[in-house]
Design a binder for this molecule. Structure first.
Ligand SMILES: Nc1nc2c(c(=O)[nH]1)N=C([C@H](O)[C@H](O)COP(=O)(O)OP(=O)(O)OP(=O)(O)O)CN2
Ligand SMILES: [Zn+2]
Length: 119
């Protein structure tokens, strides 16, 4: 079994609904995103998936989330923009492209706190 990891970043603002504490106020994070793909079969060049393709697809999503107010993004208008929900959003978007090769998505909102989504 092989597992690939690609990392990207974006910066955005959010606040948490139904939350009591400082995170109910508008604030921002420099989010770090780790994407994991897994699989058994390599192609004839010896790759599971070209890192270039994973980076390209991930960048489409991180560009979409970069320098925005996440609570106003259509997906997060009703769903709280927590690290958990952001991880699931990115996972589901990438699954449209990489299907069963998807393993997990980890979203770090700081250097010490991260949420991981996998099926
Ligand atoms: N399980 C989750 N818990 C929290 C999330 C989350 O997405 N999932 N998000 C937040 C807030 O976004 C908040 O910005 C983080 O606050 P906090 O943990 O207080 O972060 P700090 O960087 O300020 O950490 P300190 O330890 O206070 O320095 C909260 N929880
Ligand atoms: Zn926050």
């Amino acid at each position: 079994m092989y597992r690939l990891r690609v990392i990207d970043h974006f910066a955005s603002a959010h606040f948490l609904r139904d939350y009591e504490g400082k995170c109910e106020n508008l604030h921002g994070h420099n989010w770090k995103v780790e994407v994991y793909l897994k699989g058994e079969k390599l192609d004839k060049t010896g790759m599971l998936v070209d890192f270039k393709n994973i980076k390209k697809e991930l960048r489409k999503i991180t560009d979409e989330l970069d320098h925005i107010f996440l609570n106003e993004h259509p997906y997060f208008e009703k769903i709280n923009p927590t690290s958990e929900n952001i991880a699931k959003y990115i996972y589901d978007r990438l699954k449209e492209k990489f299907c069963d090769l998807m393993s997990s998505v980890v979203v770090w909102e700081s250097e010490t706190a991260a949420a991981e989504y996998y099926e």
